[in-house]
Ligand binder design. Structure first.
Ligand SMILES: Nc1nc2c(c(=O)[nH]1)N[C@H]1C(S)=C(S)[C@@H](COP(=O)(O)O)O[C@H]1N2
Ligand SMILES: [Mo]
Length: 362
């Protein structure tokens, strides 16, 4: 029984803390994801915040420490509306779990991703008002939700490099799809960091700190690192892996559904493709014969720089069991690895292997 205003067909991985993703059918074909179909990823209970006493503190290596109420934020800075895709680093983990089990992590399917219209102010403008000092290299975000998953248990936090924070694309948002943020999506204010893993878009934001080092928060310093396949995550002295920031190139098939029965002949295939950093999706290929021959999909326009591109194609399928696969290319000419075996990692992040659905064709 889904909650928090989500559709009835939402897949709930955990009720408390709430972790849920929409069905592929709910995500398919919509450039902007309705809020009731937007995934939700939480590491602790949703904090109870009184918006009247809430304020944002901006501190650390700044010329002026700021304390801003929501009204002051709205009054002091120009409002911005940006369409931005958020993707969880654990999106598509279920594919990695099929290679080898990943205990204690949610088996996210292909829908821990969504695109919303976010309204707020530019973090760059707020930082400008505070005056970031030259020794600051990172901007840390802190929230009040205490996570028992962290070692030791601690409130959620993370950071982004100053260059990203001041690039004029990171938002401090109070609206999602033209409505005030709901509690589950971070009311009254959240960071929206385009092109980075969702983990950096800290919800229930209450503190922004300019500092020399990345955040020491568990979710920045320990979790959300891409570990070598041979490492035991709890092993002490193990290599710390790659701290994840910009999102790698990936794509998914949202229609037909995995395991569906379809009739022989022409079949419509559609889905999304997404890449972060400063890259763009340049092409999507679809194959109805496991990658021996490829058809180029039609891509939706890139109206906004920080959104996914939806794609569709028509392929001809012959009777029998078969796999439809898809792969995206970005503007650097990079494409996705074919198999999950090559990219399995102990925490199950960044599954960017080819998209795949199994079909029975009658
Ligand atoms: N305070 C706080 N912010 C958070 C999280 C959290 O648990 N607590 N989860 C992060 C992760 S991992 C993701 S993917 C996104 C998900 O945003 P959503 O729940 O609005 O979809 O929020 C991020 N921000
Ligand atoms: Mo995430």
């Amino acid at each position: 029984m889904p909650m928090h205003g989500k559709r009835d067909d939402t897949v709930v991985h955990e009720r408390e803390p709430f972790n849920a993703e929409p069905s592929p059918a709910a995500l398919d074909g919509q450039r902007v994801t309705p809020t009731d179909s937007f995934f939700s990823r939480n590491h602790g209970p949703i904090p109870e915040i009184d918006p009247r006493s809430w304020h944002l503190r901006v501190d650390g290596a700044v010329d002026r420490t700021l304390e801003l109420s929501l009204d002051e934020l709205r009054r002091s800075f120009a409002a911005r509306n940006e369409t931005v895709t958020l993707q969880c680093a654990g999106n598509r983990r279920d594919g990695l779990i099929q290679v080898r089990d990943i205990p204690a992590e949610h088996p996210w399917g292909r829908c821990a991703i969504g695109t919303a219209r976010w309204t707020g102010v530019l973090l760059a403008d707020v930082l400008d008002a505070a005056g970031v000092q030259p020794e600051a290299r990172h901007i840390a975000f802190a929230a009040p939700d205490v996570s028992q998953i962290a070692h030791p248990p601690q409130p959620y936090g993370g950071s982004v490099p100053v260059s990203k924070a001041t690039a004029g694309e990171v938002l401090l948002a109070w609206e999602m799809n033209e409505e005030p943020l709901s509690p589950v999506h971070g009311a009254p204010l959240r960071a929206v960091v385009p092109g980075y893993i969702g983990a950096r878009s800290v919800k229930w934001l209450e503190r922004v700190t300019a500092q020399r080092e990345p955040s020491a928060n568990y979710f920045q310093a320990v979790a959300y690192h891409l570990l070598p396949a041979t490492v035991e995550p709890s092993q002490t002295g193990a290599p710390e892996g790659i701290p994840l920031g910009p999102v790698s190139l990936s794509c998914e098939i949202l229609r037909p559904g995995d395991g569906e029965v379809v009739r022989a002949g022409r079949t419509a295939v559609s889905g999304y493709a997404h890449v972060g950093a400063d890259r763009t999706v340049a092409r999507v290929d679809v194959s109805a014969d496991s990658g021996r021959t490829w058809h180029q999909a039609d891509l939706s326009e890139q109206h906004h720089p920080w959104t996914w591109r939806l794609w569709q194609a028509t392929v001809v399928v012959a009777p029998g069991p078969l796999h439809i696969v898809a792969r995206a290319w970005d503007d650097t000419g990079s494409t996705q690895p074919e198999s999950t075996e090559q990219i399995w990692n102990p925490k199950g992040y960044m599954n960017n292997s080819w998209a795949r659905v199994r079909l029975s064709v009658t």
